[in-house]
Design a protein around this ligand. Structure first.
Ligand code: ASP
Length: 605
């Protein structure tokens, strides 16, 4: 098809172009007529430009105008002129084009929802928008996110290349990896009964690249984890993945701070403060009740165990005598909270593992608390002093096992900050969380599991504790956090076979099982592995922060729903009996009977 090709984009024209003859190509964003004058907004990735036609316009222009609908694709030729009523909210808002000819390049059916975004009008349901993702992606605010995402890819490639990194692709069809989630499996046709796993991360490959002498590796890698999804998770996601040889922790942290600062500077024009503060995992929990604390606000927690250990309140006494904790948080100015509001907070605390929630209010010099009689005035006053509560404040107190109680109180801290509007969305507070415990005890499986992954090196000075007291061994692991989100995590790795084997043994892998699963890594470590370490940055979360959205689906072009469906193309879908035969796979009948939900049928047809 030949068509009048654009001379400019729809975001380009300014008063300097007044008088010029131009051609624009784009989509009809909006149409409106007032007393014989018709306005058409046309849109492309670069912006929106207003076109006008009136009674004096050529006949064919008026005719075509009359036939247009929103989302038609058009070529418009005309003369740029100054707008009588400029629109300061649009970059092209000072000009408009008087149409001299219009060609329809493609018609559009009536879209199931409007592309134009109105401040006052809510968007169509997300299900509908995901089903028609190509229309949803036309929204300028979504397009901006992907242009931003693309810019960050470019910065990443450039920054790491400048720092000597080599980009290497690692396999998508691979052997199961050990990040601790469930694998997505791909059956092998040639080797019936065997499966590839999709990578949960390129962890083992990047370590092997270090053994292979690549020194510095990076990749913008797709990772796949078959977990129960939460609102901010996707079964496939992207990481900036890297690994470095002959480094210690500080080398990795410094490099990543530099990268973070570069991205924030180039994308948002913000100079981030460096070095990023470092908090040990213990401090992060004690002060903020989280291993990914939001540092945009204070609201620090206080350990009041010593003050309440000998009171008549049994819950506090027990927490103290069981080596647990009693910790408190001040909700400033919240003494006026109603019973219902406090009940909601108690629910939240319980959801995050607390046994219950105690509270104290100070109003007009009086103390109010359901546990006041157990504590007595002197203790109440010592608590007030310790936590720095003032008149009008509310104290929230959780008691019990150390980590669980702090985490529950941390959840309350976030909720209170949210209610008090303390977290400014244009501020970014980065920090490193370091000195994580190497292991945790998994009560369900009755064994130790690696907090990070089984290849993370213990701190040298804690090595003697590996046999005596494994849970107190700290890892050479680090997380990068920003505004309450973990946006990266990595570690210095074990590079000696004996220690790696010992670690796998501690994690309950028999020698045989360890070799069956990770034999290739254990073998590689035997042939001269350099000391090495690395990190993976959660790319999608980075883009969310930079774009200012809480919805991960706003930064992934073709995302899945929280139940793992792709509503546009209908994945996952059934496959033909022939395909299954070729793979040597039979579907158990009870699974088959669950298949025919009306939605999945209509989506896949
Ligand atoms: N492989 C780890 C992850 O995906 C990151 C790392 O240790 O480099 O979380």
């Amino acid at each position: 098809m030949t068509f009048p090709k654009r001379t400019h984009t729809c975001g380009e024209l300014r008063p300097a172009h007044i008088g010029a003859r131009v051609v624009l190509n784009g989509w009809v964003h909006a149409l409106r007529s007032f007393g014989g004058v018709t306005f058409v907004d046309i849109r492309d990735r670069y912006g929106i430009t207003q076109i006008v036609a009136d009674e004096s316009s050529p006949d064919h222009v008026r005719q075509v105008l009359g036939s247009l609908g929103t989302e038609y694709v058009v070529a418009i030729e005309g003369i740029v002129r100054r707008r009588e009523n400029p629109n300061p909210r649009r970059a092209t808002g000072e000009i408009e084009i008087v149409a001299e000819s219009i060609v329809v390049l493609a018609q559009s059916e009536l879209p199931p929802f409007e592309i134009a975004e109105h401040d006052e009008k809510p968007l169509a349901s997300e299900e509908l928008r995901l089903q028609y993702r190509y229309l949803d992606l036309r929204r300028p605010s979504l397009q901006r996110n992907f242009v931003l995402r693309s810019a960050v890819y470019q910065i990443a490639h450039r920054y790491f290349a400048e720092h000597g990194f080599v980009e290497v692709e690692t396999p998508i069809l691979m052997k199961s990896t050990p990040e601790g989630a469930r694998d997505f499996l791909v059956p092998s046709r040639i080797h019936k009964g065997k499966f590839y796993a999709l990578p949960q991360s390129p962890q083992l490959y990047k370590q092997i690249l270090m053994v292979a002498g690549f020194d510095r590796y990076m990749q913008i890698a797709k990772c796949f984890r078959d977990e129960d999804l939460r609102a901010d998770r996707q079964p496939e996601f992207t990481q900036i993945d890297l690994e470095m040889s002959f480094v210690t922790r500080d080398d990795v942290l410094e490099l990543i701070e530099g990268f973070t600062a570069t991205v924030w500077h180039e994308i948002l024009g913000i100079a981030v403060e460096r070095p990023f503060p470092r908090l040990s995992w213990r401090q992060a929990l004690e002060r903020y009740g989280s291993d990914k604390p939001d540092l945009r606000f204070g609201l620090e927690l206080t350990d009041i165990t010593a003050i309440v250990a000998d009171t008549a309140f049994e819950v506090f006494r027990k927490a103290a005598s069981d080596s647990g904790i009693v910790a408190a948080l001040v909700a400033p100015g919240c003494a006026g909270y109603s019973r219902k509001q406090i009940d909601e907070l108690a629910e939240l605390a319980k959801k995050h593992g607390a046994g219950g929630l105690a509270w104290i209010k100070w109003t007009d010099g009086a103390v109010q608390s359901p546990i006041a009689k157990f504590l007595g005035d002197a203790v109440l006053d010592r608590i007030r002093q310790a936590i720095g509560a003032r008149d009008g404040d509310l104290a929230l107190i959780v008691a019990g096992e150390w980590e669980r109680s702090l985490v529950a109180l941390g959840a309350l801290r976030t909720a209170i900050a949210h209610r008090l509007n303390l977290a400014d969305s244009s501020t970014f507070r980065f920090a490193w969380i370091v000195d994580f415990p190497l292991l945790e005890w998994d009560g369900d499986q009755q064994r130790y599991v690696a907090r990070h992954h089984p290849f993370t090196a213990p701190m040298e000075e804690d090595l003697p504790l590996l046999d005596r007291d494994p849970l107190s061994v700290r890892a050479q692991a680090y997380d990068l956090v920003c505004n309450g989100h973990e946006i990266g995590g990595g570690s210095i790795r074990i590079h000696r076979t004996d220690l790696q084997e010992r670690m796998l043994e501690l994690l309950g892998f028999s020698r045989e099982h360890a070799h069956e699963r990770f034999g290739f890594l254990l073998d590689a470590l035997r042939y001269g592995a350099p000391p090495h370490g690395g990190i993976a940055l959660g790319f999608d979360r980075w883009i969310m922060l930079l774009a200012g959205t809480d919805n991960i689906r706003d930064v992934i072009a073709f995302p899945k729903t929280t139940s793992g469906l792709s509503l546009m193309d209908g994945a996952p879908s059934e496959v033909s009996p022939e395909q299954l035969d070729e793979l040597g796979i039979a579907i158990a009948t009870d699974h088959r009977s669950g298949r025919a939900t009306p939605e999945s049928d209509s989506r896949t047809s």
